[in-house]
Design a protein around this ligand. Structure first.
Ligand code: AMP
Length: 326
């Protein structure tokens, strides 16, 4: 189970941290993937663009290879059971632990005039989304590690207090570790809202991709053989590992190690490999976005599957909590 907020265009971080894993999981597991529209209200209270953004996230997921016939692909607000479970879990979540969450502290800094209760209890809603399907594996990027730890805490606390209903959810990646896709300016991660010129979006056209990659921070190159790469150069190699062929990466690793690397050439190569990677996804997403009828059917079908699973869990939850009075 996993989700993405409809707060903007999907980028390479969303793709490699999350969606790529969704696509690989769909043949092996019983999967639930959602557009987290309720979560987006904690930072984006204006809902005028929400429908377009929800449709865009759905289209970009499908364009990336997610098959709505194989998984439940749905919209968070269509599953009312989530709100009920969120309410119960809120009684098991303490102010102190919520206030310590890194993402909460970041948001308080970013939007001091809108420190709403939803922001504070964001990890509780996320836990409700996950354990509503009694999910065990949660494909997410590295930035979600702490939230997943909290989800385990809340699930265990529920089990402890009311009886065993939920398995422990774990952050999941097909590789060895969770991924953080760095931004092109060498500072921080790619993100939907911050630093848009240093983030590659799945909707960027070829010229925009080239422009952004060519602007990535470099320097005059190493002066000693086999030097340690500065962080911003390490980041460029990391991006190359995501989209370029192994022989291309080997070539530039060797050039770096013997001090013959030309960053202009490296970035041109990376830009072309990015274009080749992103263009087909962008084109498919554009076509899917035009088909409103199809997107509506996807959402309806996804919600139906998710509601079935949610109902089963909530029957167990109410029974465990002794809320079934008749
Ligand atoms: P969000 O865009 O915050 O709704 O996140 C959706 C998913 O994308 C989550 O699983 C995040 O962990 C993942 N994600 C977002 N940005 C990055 C990034 N720069 N690198 C890796 N994963 C990311």
């Amino acid at each position: 189970m996993s989700g993405i907020r409809p707060t903007g265009f999907l980028h390479l971080g969303n793709y490699f941290g999350a969606v790529r894993n969704y696509v690989r999981m769909q043949d092996e597991f019983d999967c639930f993937f959602m557009v987290a529209d309720l979560h987006s209200l904690t930072t984006h209270p204006d809902t005028r663009e929400l429908k377009i953004n929800v449709q865009r996230v759905l289209a970009e997921n499908i364009a990336s290879g997610l098959d709505p016939e194989k998984v439940a692909l749905y919209c968070q607000s269509h599953i009312r059971e989530t709100s009920e479970l969120y309410l119960y879990l809120n009684m098991l979540a303490y102010q102190g632990e919520l206030e310590k969450t890194v993402t909460f502290k970041d948001k308080v800094r970013q939007q001091p005039d809108n420190v709403n209760a939803g922001l504070l209890t964001y990890p509780v809603l996320q836990t409700a989304d996950i354990i509503l399907h009694r999910a065990e594996l949660v494909p997410v990027g590295k930035d979600q590690e702490q939230h997943l730890e909290m989800a385990r805490t809340f699930a265990n606390r529920f089990n402890h207090r009311y009886g065993e209903v939920f398995p422990e959810p774990k952050a999941f990646n097909f590789g060895d570790e969770l991924i953080k896709v760095p931004s092109l300016d060498g500072a921080g991660k790619m993100s939907k809202s911050e630093n848009q010129l240093a983030t590659l979006y799945l909707s960027d056209d070829d010229e925009m991709i080239r422009k952004k990659v060519m602007k990535a921070k470099t320097d005059s190159g190493p002066s000693e053989p086999n030097s340690k790469k500065p962080d911003y150069i390490e980041n460029i190699f990391l991006l190359m590992k995501l989209v370029s062929k192994p022989e291309t990466i080997r070539h530039y690793e060797m050039a770096f190690n013997d001090c013959t690397v030309r960053y202009g050439d490296l970035k041109k190569q990376l830009a072309e490999d990015m274009v080749a990677f992103i263009t087909p996804i962008r084109q498919r997403a554009e076509t899917i976005r035009q088909d409103q009828k199809y997107l509506k059917e996807v959402m309806e079908k996804g919600a139906e599957k998710a509601r079935r699973s949610a109902k089963e869990t909530m029957d167990k939850v109410r029974e465990a909590m002794r809320l079934n009075y008749y």
